[in-house]
Design a protein around this ligand. Structure first.
Ligand SMILES: Cc1ncc(COP(=O)(O)O)c(C=O)c1O
Length: 362
């Protein structure tokens, strides 16, 4: 193992990942649950995550071709759905070669497809039911389908993506479900709608395929709602204390002197900063977890360090482990203090933070 002087690391718990997958898939027993592992498996390491889930899942999904090729090169043999579809005409040949499933969402992709009648991997056609980002309107989709060969129509999946499924009482989701169903019923095809929040909040959206992303990693896609199942955080981001100092009342901490001690204070400096993916816009008061206690961030986040007010904590010393989020401190709670969301925090942990995989099956 490589020598590491700095103890900052992201611990990735693979048994938590596997049990999250199973618990969520069990909510939709009649669907095939695809594991979405784009963006390096939401920051958890796509190859390791794919290897760990390989025996449990029917297929993986990534955003674009390059992410899929990384997985194939690493020996992942399951089908891989490419959510943004072909971004270059060459992608059809690569998809055929590697057994990738392409999701088509614009006219250019369909015009490329016409040159590839031999492309017979599973095709997905995306319908825009109200997200207004990708996909065909139901009217233009009808026209697009006339361009597919009989073989390409066989095994076709008609799909859409929810804009607001995390809001359990937002009726937009019902409208999106109704729109896709009404379109799809005219064709003999499979359907896919639900993301994490759809699987959890909207059982009526469960279909042939569901596409499970965020919740797989043990964090709640609908923070306002209690989860119907236990999810275990997969990533724990941690570092250690590299300095401790006493401040007199009125003294400041860090760049811009944005934090001033309102009493005599004790400040711990921790070896993680915005270059590691701990956002610079974290507000003073953002919690961290040290020795079974919570302590607030004090002062601005620097490139390699943060400073914590440990005045009220007992027994803290140099070298103690500090959890930024994970097993003891939920990433969604931390995100609230940073004006962001759990998705962004997980995916932005930078490459200089080593990942340590635990509970790997041998
Ligand atoms: C088309 C599509 N399906 C499924 C997902 C997974 O969503 P979630 O992470 O909310 O489960 C995403 C993620 O952005 C997506 O873009």
């Amino acid at each position: 193992m490589l020598y590491r002087s700095r103890k900052t690391q992201a611990i990735i718990n693979l048994s938590a990942l596997k049990s999250n997958y199973q618990n969520i898939a069990n909510l939709a027993p009649h669907s095939k649950t695809i594991a979405v592992i784009k963006a390096n498996a939401y920051g958890h390491g796509a190859i390791e995550v794919a290897k760990s889930l390989h025996s449990q899942v029917p297929a993986f999904a990534v955003a674009f071709m390059d992410e899929a090729i990384v997985l194939r090169t690493a020996g992942i043999t399951l089908p891989i759905l490419i959510l943004e579809g072909p971004l270059d005409e060459k992608d059809f040949s690569l998809a055929k070669q590697h057994n990738f499933w392409l999701m088509l969402h614009n006219e250019q992709q369909v015009s490329w497809l016409k040159h590839h009648p031999d492309y017979t991997e599973k095709l997905w056609l995306k319908i825009d039911t109200g997200m207004n980002r990708l996909g065909f309107s139901p009217e233009s989709a009808k026209e697009m389908l006339t361009n597919l060969t009989l073989e390409q129509k066989q095994g076709l999946v008609i799909c859409s993506h929810f804009s607001s499924a995390d809001e359990a009482d937002n009726l937009k989701t019902q409208d999106q479900i109704a729109c896709l169903r009404s379109f799809a019923q005219k064709y003999s095809c499979q359907i896919s709608l639900a993301n994490s929040a759809g699987i959890i909040n909207w059982p009526q959206s469960h279909d042939d395929f569901n596409r499970l992303g965020l919740a797989l990693y043990g964090t709640n896609p609908t923070p306002a709602k209690n989860m119907p199942i236990e999810l275990a955080p997969v990533m724990t981001l941690q570092s250690t204390i590299i300095a401790i100092r006493n401040l007199a009342i009125g003294e400041s901490v860090g760049y811009g002197e944005s934090w001033q001690a309102k009493r005599d204070s004790v400040i711990a400096t921790v070896a993680i900063g915005y270059a590691d993916g701990y956002p610079r816009n974290a507000q003073a008061g953002t919690p961290v977890f040290i020795n079974n206690q919570l302590a607030p961030l004090a002062g601005r986040v620097s490139m390699d360090m943060i400073t914590i007010d440990i005045t009220e904590l007992t027994g803290v010393k140099l070298g103690d482990v500090v959890e930024l989020w994970g097993e003891n401190l939920s990433v969604e709670l931390v995100a609230e203090h940073m004006n962001t969301i759990n998705y962004e925090l997980l995916t932005c942990v930078s490459a200089r933070v080593p990942k340590v995989y635990i509970n790997q099956e041998t």
